[in-house]
Design a protein around this ligand. Structure first.
Ligand code: MF3
Ligand code: CO
Length: 262
């Protein structure tokens, strides 16, 4: 069931999104070669706490049946062939890494979700191009949101732009409704498949293309979380939380690509 949000709820989610983007603006300059990813997680926890929020990912999604432990950190940090859900660790970021950050804040019960991939120093031209294309896929998906039209227009736009660049779309994960909890209906796929509801005013969801340089196949590591490409090639990930209004979509999280010079 898709929960439509009223104006007060959208305002709460918008505030959560603004807080998350403000966090990222301070964080981006700190993400550089030599830094351990666990240090980034500690910084993020402290920032969100001081700002009066709670990390929305911390403790999320344990399942005994799936032998999956709750997500143990505030932020996902996925490097190079890691697609999403990388767990912060003692691993140090290196020059030429593509570092994907994904974070969410719970501000008074209103949940935000945003991700971006940051090239470290001298990444190859191929990696820089993949990253730019993935960011463009995000905006083309959002531009395809037309109230009254259907959800899978987003997937068509994302997939078309990814394939047009010679890349592949990760099929095993998708965007999702968000705002009152982290994962709500509808699923927002990055290639056209599954339910195709009409886009209605009051829908709030995360659009989050995950685009691969090589094959689309992914695997989950022994830690139960980290998703990697099977062929070991690089993957990029960009995400915004958006609200569908009566006549257009509003991007609730704020653009960050300008801070990367993209
Ligand atoms: N943006 C990611 C997602 O939508 C964040 C979830 S990470 C988790 O799946 F740890 F919280 F699951
Ligand atoms: Co998400």
């Amino acid at each position: 069931m898709i929960r439509l949000k009223n104006e007060k709820q959208i305002e709460g989610i918008r505030n959560s999104c603004k807080m998350l983007s403000a966090m990222y603006r301070e964080l981006i300059p700190l993400v550089k070669p030599g830094v351990q990813t666990i240090e980034i997680d500690m910084w993020v926890k402290e920032w969100i706490g001081k700002a009066g929020g709670k990390p929305a990912f911390l403790g999320y999604g344990g399942s005994k049946r799936a032998k999956k432990t709750p997500y143990p950190a505030a932020i996902c940090i996925s490097i190079n062939d890691e697609v999403i859900h990388g767990i912060p660790s003692k691993r140090r970021i290196r020059d030429a890494d593509l570092v994907s950050l994904d974070c969410g804040i719970d501000l008074g019960g209103f949940i935000s979700d945003q991700a971006l991939s940051i090239p470290m120093g001298k990444v190859s031209r191929a990696v820089a191009a993949l990253n730019k294309r993935t960011m463009e896929c995000l905006y083309m998906g959002i531009a395809a949101i037309k109230p009254g039209d259907r959800l899978l227009q987003i997937a068509r736009a994302v997939e078309g732009h990814a394939l047009g660049g010679g890349y592949t779309v990760v099929q095993d994960f998708c965007g999702h409704g968000v705002g009152l909890s982290l994962h709500e209906d509808p699923q927002v796929p990055n290639y056209p498949h599954g339910p195709n509801p009409r886009l209605k005013s009051g829908m709030v969801f995360a659009v989050e293309p995950m685009i691969n340089m090589g094959d689309c196949d992914v695997d989950t590591l022994e830690d139960g979380w980290t998703v990697v490409t099977v062929d070991g090639r690089v993957s990029a990930h960009w995400e915004h939380t958006v609200a569908v209004l009566s006549d257009r979509a509003e991007i609730l999280t704020e653009p960050l690509e300008g801070y990367l010079g993209l």
